[in-house]
Each structure stands twice: as C-alpha cells, then as structure tokens.
Design a binder for this molecule. Structure first.
Ligand code: PLP
Length: 435
C-alpha cells in the first residue's frame, strides 16, 4: 500500500537527477531505500542489498553510524547554521579547514568550502582565472580538461566534463574548456604550446577517472603533467571528489604518484555522505599571493560554504577513517578485490580489461577480449540489473565504446563480504551471458 502510494507520488512529482524521465514515468523507482547498516541498504519492500557503489562512491564509513548522527544532532542543537560570508566564522569550519590542510599532501593549506563537488569545480576554475588576473595575466583563462572526465553538472563543471553525452542538454558548453586525451602528457604540452601558455589558466584531472569508467593513469603520467604545468605556468587541479579520503588505498590518490597539485578538490568521502560538503584546497604560495594581491572582496561563495553541521560531521567522519584505519583497509581489501577480479577475468571469456586501485574498480564486457570486439548491444546494464535482483548494487558505464561495470564498496568492507560481492557479480555475468 505504502509502496504503491510512494511510487505514484514519485512518478508525479519527483524529477530524478541523471535519470530517464520516460522510464521513471513508466516504471517508477526501482527501489525506495529506507535503512542502511554497514555495507548494506534495505528498501521499502524489506529487500537488503550490498551497496557495491557506496551509493555515489561516497559512503566510505558505511551506513548506520550513530556517532555521526549524534555529532550532527549536538551541533544542530548548539548552532544549526551560521554563515561564513565576509568576516563571520564558526568553530567546526575552522577546525575542519585546519584538519584538511594538515592531512592533504605537501603545502596544500587553505580551504574554500562548498556544498558539493560541482561547486568545488566551479570555484576552482574561477579562483584559477582570478589568480592569473591578479598576477597580471588577464588572458590566462582557458582550462584544459580530459576526455572521459567527470567533474559535475553545474554549467562550469559540465563544460569541464569530457563525456560528450553530458553536453547534449545545453547547446553551449563554455568555450574556455579544451578536452584532450586522458593519458597523454605529450598532448597536454602540445595543446599548451598551440594555444599559447598566456591563454591557459589551469589543467584539471581526476587522478583516477571515476564516472568515465574507472581509468587508472599510466605510472608516470601525473608526474609528467606536474612538470609540464610547472614549465608553462599552468595551475594543476586534482579533482579528488571520488578518490579522496581513502578510496584508492591512500588518503588522497595524488599520493600514489607523489604529486602535489596547486588546487585539490574534495567532496563525497569528506562526510561519507552523512551531510553535503565539498571544497577546494589551495597551496600556500597561491594563498600568500591571494592575500597580498586580492585587495577587493572575493565575490564568490555559497550560503552553505562552511556549514557548521556539515563540518562537524566531516571532522568526526575523518576521525573514524583514521581511528578504524580505513585507508589501510582500502588497500588490503583492495588487494583481495584485485584477486577476485583476476579470477573472474580468467574464468569468464567475456570479461576483458579489469582494473582497480584500492576499493575502486571496473571490468569491461566484451564479445571477444582477444580482438577487442564488443557486443552490438550493451550488456553491462543487464548485468547490473541482474545483480540488483540478486541483492548487489553496482553501476554500468556505457558512454561511447564502453560496456563497463564499476564498483566502489564502503571502505569498511571485509573478506567475507568481498567474497559475497564477487560471487554475486560472477553469477550475474554468467546468468546474463549464458542466457
Ligand atoms: N568531480 C568528480 C570526480 C565526481 O565524481 C563528481 C560526482 O560524482 C563531481 C565532481 C560532482 O560532485 P557533486 O555531484 O557533489 O556536485
């Protein structure tokens, strides 16, 4: 009864993000979730699933953390909200900024808070352009991004996103963005030379591409990118919205390659999704320059920049990640995941490339992995649906050539649970492909 009522209300009144409007109208929501505990979520019908995607790659500490609820409640009771515009501030925001400055690599040191990842991206582009303007280079405005990249869906971040399907909704992505090959540092250098470094403000990359299908860069890629950015006075922006706070087996993915970006973007895992929060961390010399050169008001910010409840929850969430050694678990559980992926690849002839780093991974479905031949119809959506029926939530990526299944379970996942996850995945692939 309740289910039918909610399905009908959902169909009539709720426009879902990145959804098929038609399918939603016809079928209603596939699941209405009501509860979560550990790596599991339960829907209104009482069915329980392993959340193999940590929802949107973000519920790092797992579901049902009463201590985070308690922190949110205590902060709400004390001071539910106060803004950080101009000279106002609040203690949780101050302490979280300091904490993030301490835990991010190198001399990353000052934080601009946003409500999520898209705003963090837009903030970074504006800050980069503003920085060069203050330094006396008003024409350094273009931003180089990468194909297959996902940076969010505000107008600026949509333009930076390199998956062309996302550009179809608006006829005019910003002309300031140039998309290049995702793994060619040479192309980055060529494009800077072609455009002229006097026109390029920044280069942005996810250290591991997430929504584009989980792509891990070649070993020396990011280091080379860092050198090229230094050589041509281009700011390097690392979008660690997915990879930050332990997802890849290091606290931040840039640490795998010993690279310190000029701006680092975070969101998602900073609160494990318990409250909305994101931000930009900037390096000390840039912060110093801004302090010296920015005489007027920094005319940028959001109502919820530095939200005290989000920041209090963020601080407590990071404590949990540290105390429970979830970054280490991401690394060791990630090794187990690699083993299972390898087994699946060895056993199932339709599994092509498999890849993972820590607890983020993907596998390609192919008709013939030897010749790279694809099925004419995309298979991964069928497998993801089959897995869901069997109690496992995963995601498929079907942009352009890709026919990929991706996963990013909570960082608390343990051996038995990994085994269950991969046995459901394997059975689902076999059920679909032997059909
Ligand atoms: N950047 C990356 C790498 C992301 O994966 C995402 C979201 O998935 C975003 C930015 C956008 O974040 P949000 O959806 O919080 O705006």
């Amino acid at each position: 009864q309740l289910i039918n009522e909610l399905i009908e209300l959902d169909q009539n009144h709720f426009l879902h993000p990145t959804s098929s409007i038609k399918q939603q109208q016809e079928e209603g929501p596939a699941a209405i979730f009501t509860e979560g505990k550990g790596i599991y979520v339960t829907d209104l019908s009482g069915k329980t699933y392993i959340e193999g995607m940590s929802s949107l790659w973000n519920v790092h500490v797992g579901y049902g953390r009463k201590e985070l609820a308690e922190t949110a409640r205590a902060q709400m009771e004390k001071l539910a909200f106060s803004n950080c515009f101009s000279t106002f501030s609040n203690e949780p925001a101050i302490r979280l900024a300091k904490k993030i400055a301490d835990m991010t690599p190198g001399d990353l040191q000052a934080v601009f808070f946003t409500s999520g990842g898209s705003e963090a991206n837009d903030t970074a582009y504006k800050l980069a352009q503003y920085y060069w303007k203050l330094k006396g280079f008003p024409n350094k405005t273009k931003i180089i991004s990468r194909k297959q990249a996902y940076h969010g869906l505000a107008v600026g971040s949509t333009s930076a996103t390199g998956i062309s399907a996302f550009h179809t909704m608006t006829p005019s992505p910003s002309p300031e963005f140039i998309h290049i090959d995702p793994f060619s540092a040479e192309e980055l250098e060529q494009v800077i030379q072609q455009e002229g470094e006097e026109h390029i403000a920044a280069f942005i990359a996810e250290p591991v591409q997430g929504a584009g299908g989980v792509h891990i860069p070649p070993p020396d890629y990011l280091e080379n990118v860092r050198k090229i950015c230094d050589k041509y006075n281009v700011l390097m922006i690392a979008d660690e919205v997915i990879t930050g706070f332990g997802r890849t087996g290091k606290m931040f993915a840039c640490e795998h390659w010993n690279v310190v970006p000029d701006f680092m973007l975070f969101a998602k895992g900073v609160t494990s999704g318990y409250m909305p929060l994101g931000g930009v961390v900037i390096r000390q010399p840039i912060h110093e320059d801004l302090k010296e050169l920015a005489k007027g008001t920094l005319l940028h910010g959001f109502t919820y920049s530095g939200h005290p409840v989000s920041c209090a929850v963020g601080l407590h969430n990071i404590d949990i990640i540290e105390e429970e050694k979830l970054v280490e678990n991401s690394r060791t559980a990630g090794e187990e995941m690699k083993y299972h992926l390898q087994q699946i690849q060895d056993e199932i002839p339709y599994v092509g490339d498999v890849r993972s780093l820590g607890l983020i991974g993907g596998l390609e479905i192919m008709k013939n992995p030897e010749t790279n031949e694809r099925f004419t119809e995309k298979i991964s959506p069928l497998i993801v649906k089959e897995a869901r029926n069997r109690g496992l939530i995963l995601r498929n990526v079907v942009f352009e050539e890709a026919d990929t299944i991706v996963f990013a379970p909570p960082l608390i996942i343990q051996g038995e649970e990994i085994m269950t996850l991969f046995s459901i995945l394997k059975d689902s692939i076999l059920a679909v492909l032997n059909h």
